[in-house]
Design a protein around this ligand. Structure first.
Ligand code: CO
Length: 355
């Protein structure tokens, strides 16, 4: 494992389209990869679409769940105009200020991809007053270049079809890459590399449970059913989190920094992390000299928010790869942070600290 294999998988995973509730392309890709490389003792897709996997340990007492979500934020077609334009609703939390003028990819009912453009009333026919106000999503449309509702329908673009912003994967200096859906294909990337490391070196005790979970962005729904099925005694959500280390932000408001390693959550809006789980993370990071940082509380929420209150309760925490411009099509992260996150999860599993 090195930066090259991490980058290759990051590109493959993030290029797939898997808006919440429509993750089939991502789930199938992950299950095929696990089966092809023989990475787990058991792997399957559950009724909701989660990819679940189990890797048996030797004689550990814990059942550790590692969860990363496979879905991404996007849009759903809510109406087709007679002249072929699409109206849409957001799926997940978008900053609507960035939408106008963007290219979108629409995934038809049969999985074919079409480009579209998000438009609204052009500036030269709006009044100066109108131009001062942000355009709301109900006043936007998607132009897929088709001339009628019949043409759109014949191409299997119907109410309920999803799409997301188009954004090619691009190299930046200093091992940084830019792309779409890094939240949370990055976590999926980490988990697949963790599985690869476990295959190479099988000296671990605890039973490991994996959930590549659907529907996180609309309320951690796949995490709920995955945790119910797998019955963990301890859990980590592997995420992609906000690195607001950019001009104009006070230090106290910066949740995490690019290049400083995985960010460990102590608390967010959905969970107060288990001190025991965080101890196991931090002590093992220190033994193996893995960089880490604490994510400043109390921003956001993750699948761990659902997992830790499943069944009779599961001590849990969150480990995140810092990422700038999260929830936009131009997310930017440093591949070294993914590498350190893989090492941290691997060290957590092997638990030299004996916690
Ligand atoms: Co996420």
């Amino acid at each position: 494992m090195d930066i090259k294999t991490i980058k290759a998988l990051q590109e493959e995973l993030s290029t797939l389209i898997g808006v919440s509730g429509h993750e089939d392309d991502v789930s199938n890709f992950i299950l095929e990869l696990i089966e092809k490389e023989n990475l787990a003792d058991k792997a399957w897709i559950d009724p909701l679409g989660n990819v679940l996997a189990i890797k048996n340990g030797t004689n550990g007492k814990e059942r550790i769940l590692l969860d990363a979500h496979s879905d991404e934020i996007g849009f759903m077609v809510s109406h087709v105009e007679k002249n072929g334009f699409l109206r849409f609703v957001p799926i997940g939390g978008w900053d609507t200020r960035i939408l106008l003028g963007q290219t979108i990819i629409v995934r038809s009912k049969v999985g074919e991809l079409y480009h579209g453009i998000i438009g609204s009333k052009p500036p030269h026919i709006t009044s100066p007053d109108e131009r001062k106000k942000p355009v709301k999503i109900p006043d936007m449309y998607i132009d897929v270049g088709m001339k009628s509702i019949e043409e759109v329908t014949n191409n299997n673009i119907v109410i309920g079809v999803t799409g997301t912003l188009f954004s090619p994967f691009v190299d930046f200096p200093n091992n940084m890459v830019r792309g779409k859906a890094f939240d949370d294909r990055t976590g999926c990337n980490v988990l697949i590399h963790v599985l690869r490391m476990l295959k190479k070196n099988s000296s671990f005790k605890d039973t490991l449970l994996f959930n590549f979970a659907v529907q996180e962005e609309i309320g951690g729904r796949g995490a709920i059913t995955g945790a119910f099925k797998l019955k963990p005694t301890m859990a980590l959500a592997i995420e992609n989190t906000t690195a607001a280390d950019v001009p104009g932000i006070r230090e106290a408001e910066i949740p995490s920094y690019i290049g400083k390693g995985p960010a460990i959550t102590v608390a967010d809006k959905s969970i107060i992390s288990s001190p025991k789980v965080n101890d196991r993370l931090v002590k093992n990071a220190e033994i193996d000299n893995i960089p880490y940082q604490y994510k400043k509380p109390i921003f956001g929420g993750t699948d761990a928010g659902k997992i830790h209150i499943s069944r009779e309760g599961v001590p849990s925490s969150v480990v995140s790869v810092p990422c700038r411009y999260i929830h936009s099509p131009t997310s930017l992260l440093k591949l070294d942070d993914i590498l350190s996150t893989i090492h941290l999860i691997d060290a957590f599993i092997r638990n030299k600290a004996g916690i």
